[in-house]
Design a protein around this ligand. Structure first.
Ligand code: EPU
Length: 302
């Protein structure tokens, strides 16, 4: 969606919003898939409610894009604008066992920053790509760690009230790859309470997780991590693997030959290719196991 000619463009500038016309979102997603639209970079958190009101008043649909590592975006000209928080030099500071981190910070960078201050617990999250905000929204987890366990407070833009709010960790539900945040809430800052741990022990834990990940996941390839959630008590990756589907493809969308729950863009895959592959694998698993796998990846379609 193009809004440079819309009167709203001037007002957005006054709110220190940078308008970047015609951006290919394939360059902003780890899958390398996604159509084109205008992008708005929000430099001031306090202006977000006003920006949202402006967009709503002009009937301009929008979506917030974080790290782009767990999202599959449709092809072509997109019927919405994307909003971004600036990710250069995100704020991170420590006060005792509390870490204050901007949601636009990179998750791995946050884990190492905390480690340098002898705060651990999040070693398992080190190789999870994406932003802190995305990790909060999905309650990202790996190797027995999930970010939700450490959340004490989240500052966010709440879609329901249209205002900035602060939620206490106890008032947020963090389940397996699911939280009680509304889909259009926007994470801004988090306060985490972390256990004290010597730097060298944290580094040793990080090394173990990195090795496990390198041994089992297609790290160098374009993917969105696991495509499906694990069904209760089961493993989507194992089920897909047992059906002999590693290397199975639709166009350039392919089931990874390293980890069957990672679907990779093996060339110039479109969103349509990836959706066909997801539907096909889901159907094969349903026929074989009677289980309907649920997407872990978030799909943005028209
Ligand atoms: N397995 C196979 N074949 C495969 C993949 C896995 O047989 O192709 C088997 C493994 O040998 C193992 C079992 O399935 O016995 C589970 O595999 P793995 O340890 O790789 O864990 P997972 O359940 O597939 C989950 C998360 C990952 C996270 C890892 C490590 C989900 C959907 N996936 O994978 O998270 O990195 O555990 O903790 O919860 C993600 O969320 O995007 C993600 C990749």
């Amino acid at each position: 969606m193009r809004i440079s000619d819309n009167p709203v463009a001037t007002k957005l500038k006054e709110l220190e919003v940078e308008l970047r016309p015609g951006v290919a979102l394939s360059a902003h997603t780890s899958l390398g898939i996604g159509g084109t639209t205008d992008e708005l970079l929000l430099r001031r958190y306090d202006s977000i409610p006003e920006v949202m009101r402006l967009l709503a008043s002009q009937g301009i649909p929008h979506r917030f894009l974080g790290g782009g590592t767990n999202v599959l975006i449709t092809d072509g000209e997109l019927p919405w604008v994307t909003l971004h928080l600036p990710s250069t030099k995100p704020g991170m500071s420590i006060e005792g066992n509390i870490a204050h981190v901007d949601a636009s910070a990179e998750l791995g960078g946050m884990v190492t920053f905390c480690a340098k201050h002898d705060l651990g617990g999040m070693e398992g999250l080190i190789g999870v790509p994406g932003s802190v905000g995305g990790a909060l929204r999905m309650n990202a987890g790996a190797y027995g760690t999930q970010i939700g366990s450490y959340v004490r407070e989240v500052e966010l833009y709440r879609a329901l009230s249209g205002e900035l709010e602060t939620l206490r960790g106890n008032d947020i539900r963090f389940d397996y790859r699911h939280t009680s945040f509304a889909p259009d809430d926007v994470m801004l800052r988090v306060k985490l309470e972390l256990p004290s741990k010597p730097f060298k022990d944290i580094v040793a834990g990080i090394k173990v997780c990195n090795e496990k990940r390198r041994a089992s996941q297609p790290l160098g390839q374009k993917s969105a991590g696991c495509i499906f959630k694990n069904p209760p008590g089961g493993s989507a990756g194992r089920m897909i693997d047992e059906l002999g589907l590693k290397g199975h493809r639709m166009g350039d969308a392919m089931v990874s030959d390293r980890h069957a729950n990672f679907f990779v863009n093996a060339g110039a895959a479109s969103c349509a290719d990836m959706l066909k592959l997801i539907a096909d694998v889901r159907e094969r698993v349903r026929l074989a196991h009677g289980i309907e796998l649920e997407n872990e990846v978030i799909v943005w379609q028209n």
